[in-house]
Design a protein around this ligand. Structure first.
Ligand code: AMO
Length: 434
C-alpha cells in the first residue's frame, strides 16, 4: 500500500509513496533519467535507471511535456544527490492532464519575464514558489488583521459596492447601468462607515474591494484594490486613530516576520519592524524638507509622487521606514475631514511607508451644519447625499478613521516594485483580463 505524500514531505520511513504534481523538468542522461515533480511543498526527484524500469513506463514518463500533471507511485530510496536526501523509483504513474507545447512562459527558467507576459499567463506565473509566497503572505496578513481588530473590539462589516454617490471625487468613479438608473462602483466605504458611527456600532472595520477609475498607469495605482477601512467613535482627536493604526500595523509586521518565515525565506526577504509610535511630520514641515532638497512647492500643493519619494529618502536616511504626514491643508482633503478651525489646515493624516502613501484618514466632521458647509465649499450638492447626511441629523458621535491599501502595505513591506505584484489578477487602465 502506498501513502500519499506532498513532494517535500516524504520521509526516510516511507517505503512506497504516491506523489502528485507538475512535471517541472526531465533530464535524460542515457542510462538514467530524472523527472522533477513539483507541488505546493517543493520538489521531489523521480529517478529512472533505464535497466531497472519497465520499458513502457520509462518511455511514457521520460517523454512527458513539462508542466503536465501526474501522480507517480514508487519506492522511496535514500540518495545523496538530492536536496531531500531521498528519491522515488517509479513503479506506476497516472497522467491526469498533459501540458500543451510550447509553454506560454517558463516556470523555472532563469530569464526575467516581462510583467505583461507574466500577468497574461498568471496561472503559470503563480506556479513559481516565490510568486505564490506573496499571496500566502497576503492571506496571513488578513489572518493577523482579523486577530488585531477583534482584540481591539472592532466588528467586521460589509457595505455595498454598488452605490448611488461617490465619496472620493467624481473623476475616479466607474459609472454603471443599474436597471436603467445611473449607479457607481464604490471607491471606498467612506460614507457607510461614517453612517455606522451613528448607530452605536462604535468600532467597525471592513476589508473589501475598492474601485477607482485611475486614468494613468503607474506602479502604485490600479483600478481595483483591497481597502482595509476602519472607523471609530468617541475619539478625542486624530491622535487616537493614529495610535490605533500603529497598533494594527505593528501586529501585522511582527506576525508576518514570525509566522511568515517560510515564505519570506522563499522570497529572500526580511521584515523590518519599526518601533512605535512612528514619527510625525506635518505637511508644513514636509514643504520645508522638500525645499531643502531643491523641490519648491506652494502651500496647498499636493506633495505628489516625487515629493513623497523625496521625503521617503530623507526619512530612510534617519532610519524611519514608516512615518506620518499630518495636518494637510483642508483644500487638499475630502469634505468629510474636519477643518482645523482658524487655520487653512485639517485634522488629517497619511501614513507613508518607504516613500509611498499606504493609508490616509483623520478626524471627521460630525457636526451636521459644518459638514453641509464643507460639502458646498467642495462644489458638491448636499441633496445628493441625503442618505448620508440624515445620519448626522439625529445624533452623531465624534469619530475618525482610516483606509489602508492592503496591497501597497504588502509590496512596501517586501520591497516589491509594483502594486500589481500583490494582486492575483490586477485591473488597470489597459488590463481587463485575465
Ligand atoms: P484614499 O483615497 O487615500 O482614502 O485611499 C486610501 C488608501 O487606499 C490605497 N489606494 C490605492 N491603492 C491602489 N490603487 C489605487 N488606485 C489606490 N487608491 C487608493 C492607498 C490609500 O492610502 N476614504 C479614505 C480613507 C479614510 O479617510 O478613511 C480614502 O479612501 O493605500
Amino acid at each position: 500500500m502506498s501513502v500519499n505524500r506532498n513532494s517535500g514531505t516524504i520521509t526516510a520511513d516511507d517505503t512506497v509513496v504516491t506523489v502528485s504534481g507538475w512535471v517541472q523538468d526531465i533530464r535524460n542522461l542515457g542510462g538514467i533519467s530524472f523527472v522533477i515533480l513539483r507541488d505546493r511543498c517543493g520538489t521531489v526527484q523521480i529517478t529512472l535507471p533505464k535497466k531497472k524500469i519497465e520499458p513502457q513506463l520509462f518511455e511514457s514518463l521520460t517523454t512527458l511535456s513539462r508542466e503536465s500533471v501526474i501522480s507517480v507511485t514508487g519506492d522511496v530510496k535514500r540518495s545523496d544527490q538530492t536536496e531531500l536526501g531521498l528519491e522515488v523509483i517509479p513503479t506506476s504513474f497516472v497522467l491526469h492532464s498533459p501540458a500543451a507545447v510550447p509553454l506560454p512562459m517558463g516556470v523555472v527558467d532563469k530569464v526575467n519575464t516581462e510583467m505583461d507576459t507574466r500577468l497574461n499567463n498568471r496561472f503559470i506565473d503563480l506556479r513559481k514558489p516565490e510568486i505564490r509566497a506573496i499571496f500566502e503572505l497576503k492571506s496571513l496578513m488578513l489572518e493577523l488583521l482579523n486577530e488585531v481588530m477583534t482584540k481591539n473590539d472592532f466588528s467586521q462589516v460589509f457595505t455595498p459596492k454598488i452605490v448611488e454617490a461617490g465619496a472620493e471625487g467624481g473623476s475616479s468613479l466607474f459609472k454603471i447601468d443599474y436597471f436603467g438608473r445611473p449607479a457607481y462602483l464604490a471607491q471606498s466605504p467612506q460614507l457607510y462607515k461614517q453612517m455606522l458611527m451613528s448607530t452605536g456600532l462604535d468600532r467597525i472595520y471592513e476589508v473589501g474591494p475598492a474601485f477607482r477609475a485611475e486614468h494613468s498607469n503607474t506602479n502604485r495605482h490600479v483600478t481595483e484594490f483591497i481597502s482595509f477601512d476602519g472607523e471609530m467613535s468617541w475619539i478625542s482627536s486624530q491622535d487616537d486613530v493614529m495610535r490605533m493604526i500603529e497598533r494594527i500595523v505593528d501586529h501585522i509586521l511582527k506576525g508576518l516576520r514570525e509566522r511568515g518565515k517560510k515564505q519570506l525565506k522563499t522570497l529572500g526577504k526580511e521584515v523590518n519592524v519599526p518601533s512605535v509610535p512612528y514619527p510625525v511630520l506635518t505637511y508644513a514641515e514636509c514643504l520645508k524638507m522638500l525645499k531643502s532638497k531643491g523641490m519648491e512647492l506652494k502651500d496647498g500643493d499636493d506633495l505628489g509622487t516625487e515629493g513623497e519619494k523625496l521625503i521617503g529618502e530623507i526619512m530612510s536616511e534617519k532610519g524611519n521606514d514608516l512615518y506620518w504626514i499630518a495636518e494637510y491643508p483642508e483644500s487638499e482633503k475630502p469634505f468629510y475631514i474636519m477643518e482645523k478651525d482658524g487655520t487653512p489646515y485639517s485634522f488629517s493624516f497619511d501614513l507613508d511607508y518607504k516613500g509611498q502613501e499606504i493609508s490616509s484618514g483623520g478626524q471627521r466632521e460630525h457636526r451636521y451644519d459644518k459638514l453641509v458647509e464643507r460639502m458646498k465649499k467642495k462644489g458638491l450638492v448636499p441633496e445628493s447625499f441625503d442618505f448620508y447626511l440624515d445620519a448626522f441629523k439625529y445624533g452623531m458621535p465624534p469619530h475618525g478613521g482610516w483606509g489602508i491599501g492592503l496591497e501597497r502595505l504588502l509590496v512596501k513591506m517586501l520591497d516589491l516594485p509594483n502594486v500589481r505584484e500583490a494582486i492575483l489578477f490586477p485591473r488597470d487602465l489597459s488590463r481587463l483580463s485575465p
